[in-house]
Design a protein around this ligand. Structure first.
Ligand SMILES: *[C@@H]1O[C@H](CO)[C@@H](O)[C@H](O)[C@H]1NC(C)=O
Ligand SMILES: *[C@@H]1O[C@H](CO)[C@@H](O)[C@H](O)[C@H]1NC(C)=O
Ligand SMILES: *[C@@H]1O[C@H](CO)[C@@H](O)[C@H](O)[C@H]1NC(C)=O
Length: 439
């Protein structure tokens, strides 16, 4: 018996040593790949091979924490009303779940509102799997599909917190309404002091946001079909350069086509662009969306090869796209890969769900902005252990170009700024449910 067990042990040892050696030799952070190469050398490895020292992981109090038992008595029923784009609604839903738990309330299925901008009608159940949501929230917060009969016919009393700012305390300002009316609807405030929540309320928020939402079966099927059609490996790029986005930013750009200029003008309304010194300060603060052209330049500075397969996670309204596609030639979009009627009849929020699904499953994810989708995708990727996630720095780009950096110097400066972000895990997850972990 003893002799028999020694042999496998020895084999395991030899195999482990061989594996270790292979890992050391092949590892991107091995001494062999640290030999510095001339900047534009095709051998220079891309940003993802840089060794990270900080990583964001789900906080322990969420995943492993003891759940405080749910209150026996409910303080009332809360429906979360969500507006805007898919990821904005999702963010509000997460906050609303945290609030419901904070107030010891029972959650009714959320309402996802028709938003004029998206022109569509996807309710919560059209995008997310209701049964799964209820199951996953078990123990975190009470959720009901049907209201008790005595209030089922009532419209909830509406408490709109969305415009409230600053130190906003839900127990102080919402609990009285809940106790009085027994059934309320809320739209969470933009800014709130989640850090003051008891851990069980924070855990409910995290669970709702990152572990309880999965696409409906039919939407998932479409999204998987899309994912399958994308050449691998691939980078998902969330580019934002639509007319309304640019108009809203109040930034001015030179060298745009007249079609783009007209589209921006049409979207401007009374938001005139800043001029002179104000425009310069605004840009240096990183307020100006990156053009596709600038994006291509930064991707090159990060040594991302120009033959990389890129999935463009964006709507159809992007301007000046040639600035990117003339450099990065393998770019695909959902409209180029899906053509069936079931796709063309899809609306904004369900199409946004496709981009979301692809982006949380791509080999790498790069965003030119730090919006609701980017925050959500980054967090989901961190949850899945996909760390090739990066937000391009509008501020660094503006800073360096205003200092007169050009050509190789600009590329080198951009590389350094983004490398530092990546090494330190900056922006790769939100601190709401994720904690820093030093590698
Ligand atoms: C919720 O219930 C917990 C005990 O389960 C209690 O400590 C807390 O004060 C309650 N909060 C509210 C707002 O009722
Ligand atoms: C919104 O949808 C309606 C009906 O589906 C359509 O007639 C209208 O043109 C759409 N509006 C926009 C701005 O797309
Ligand atoms: C794109 O960038 C190049 C150099 O960076 C510049 O010469 C060109 O005018 C830009 N094109 C547009 C449309 O911005």
């Amino acid at each position: 018996m003893v002799a028999l067990s020694v042999k496998p042990l020895f084999t395991i040892l030899v195999v482990s040593l061989a594996l270790l050696l292979a890992i050391i030799l092949l590892s991107p952070s091995s001494p062999f790949s640290q030999i510095s190469l001339p900047f534009n050398s095709p051998l220079k490895s891309d940003i993802w091979t840089v060794r990270r020292i900080v990583e964001w992981r789900p906080c322990k109090w969420w995943l492993q924490g003891d759940l405080t038992a749910l209150p026996v008595e409910t303080n009332g029923y809360i429906r979360v009303d969500c507006y805007g784009g898919l990821n904005q609604m999702r963010r509000d839903l997460c906050d609303g779940v945290g609030i419901a738990r904070l107030l010891n309330a029972t959650l009714v299925l959320p309402k996802f509102e028709v938003a004029a901008y998206w022109n569509e009608s996807s309710g919560f159940a059209d995008v997310f799997d209701v049964e799964y949501f209820i199951r996953q929230m078990n123990g975190f917060v009470k959720v009901v599909k049907e209201l008790p009969s005595e209030i089922a016919s009532k419209e909830p009393f509406r408490v709109d917190c969305s415009k409230r700012r600053g130190q906003f305390d839900y127990i102080e300002s919402v609990l009285p309404s809940l106790l009085e009316h027994n059934y309320i609807s809320i739209t969470p405030a933009m800014s709130q002091r989640r850090d003051r929540y008891p851990l069980y309320a924070k855990a409910a928020l995290c669970q709702a946001c990152y572990s309880a939402l999965r696409l409906t079966r039919s939407l998932k099927k479409k999204a998987s079909e899309l994912l399958e059609a994308i050449p691998k490996p691939f980078l998902s790029l969330h580019l934002r350069f639509e007319p309304d986005m640019v108009a809203y930013s109040r930034c001015e750009y030179s060298a745009l086509s007249s079609a783009s200029i007209n589209a921006i003008e049409a979207a401007r309304g009374d938001r005139k662009p800043w001029t002179g010194e104000l425009a310069r300060i605004w840009r240096k603060r990183g307020r100006c969306p990156l053009t596709p052209n600038e994006t291509a330049l930064i991707l090159q500075a990060l040594s991302i090869p120009t033959n990389t397969n890129i999935y463009l996670a964006a709507g159809d309204g992007l301007m000046e796209l040639e600035g990117l596609t003339s450099v990065y030639t393998n770019v695909v979009t959902k409209s180029s890969l899906l053509t069936g009627e079931d796709f063309t009849s899809m609306h904004g929020n369900t199409k946004a769900a496709l981009d979301y699904h692809v982006s949380i499953n791509s080999d790498s994810y790069v965003a030119t902005y730090f919006g609701n989708m980017d925050k959500m995708v980054a967090a989901m990727r961190a949850l899945k252990g996909l760390y090739k996630t990066l937000f391009l720095s509008r501020r660094a780009f503006a800073e360096f170009t205003s200092q007169g950096f050009r050509g190789k110097d600009l590329m080198q400066a951009l590389w350094k700024a983004h490398r530092d972000d990546y090494v330190l895990g900056r922006g790769s997850a939100l601190p709401d449910c994720f904690c820093e972990f030093t590698l």
